[in-house]
Design a protein around this ligand. Structure first.
Ligand code: ZN
Ligand code: ZN
Ligand code: ZN
Length: 147
């Protein structure tokens, strides 16, 4: 049986490798973006740091993952939707929400943001929308712990 990550890799013209599959599987199990150190823990001894670093870059360049940098400069990775191309250009019209309590970055795919049309010859290659605050589950926990 061919897994979804395997199909994704093929569709984007990438060779299927254990590390690429591992990364895509690890990300598809989560509802929030994860950093390279978190991925290292997740993948265990199956891959070294350099391979993982290269793999993340490759997947970003080919439009399978996008990178989200928080205000501390930590890069986190999340899966792209189908419309990212193979040119390392990402046009995500969703909000990246950083939770100040659980320190996790969520891709809010349901919230669509209109990408502005720029006059004056400017060409957008990457665009990101970010916000910070408290996520739904942390708010629920907070309410529960108060009562
Ligand atoms: Zn993307
Ligand atoms: Zn939270
Ligand atoms: Zn995202």
């Amino acid at each position: 049986m061919i897994s979804v990550p395997e199909t994704q890799l093929r569709k984007h013209g990438l060779r299927v490798t254990a590390v690429r599959l591992g990364v895509l599987n690890a990300l598809s199990r989560r509802s929030f973006a994860i950093s390279q150190p978190e991925l290292e823990v997740d993948l265990g001894h199956n891959c070294d740091r350099v391979t993982l670093y290269r793999t993340l870059n490759t997947l970003c360049e080919h439009g399978l993952l996008h990178r989200i940098v928080d205000d501390k400069g930590t890069s986190r990775y999340a899966p792209c939707r189908d419309d990212c191309g193979a040119t390392d250009r990402h046009f995500h019209n969703h909000l990246h929400f950083y939770c100040e309590v659980c320190k996790q970055t969520h891709c809010l795919n349901e919230t669509e943001i209109t990408i502005p049309h720029l006059s004056g010859g400017f060409e957008i290659h990457n665009i990101q929308f970010s916000a910070s605050g408290v996520c739904g589950s942390c708010r629920t926990n907070r309410i529960l712990s108060k009562s």
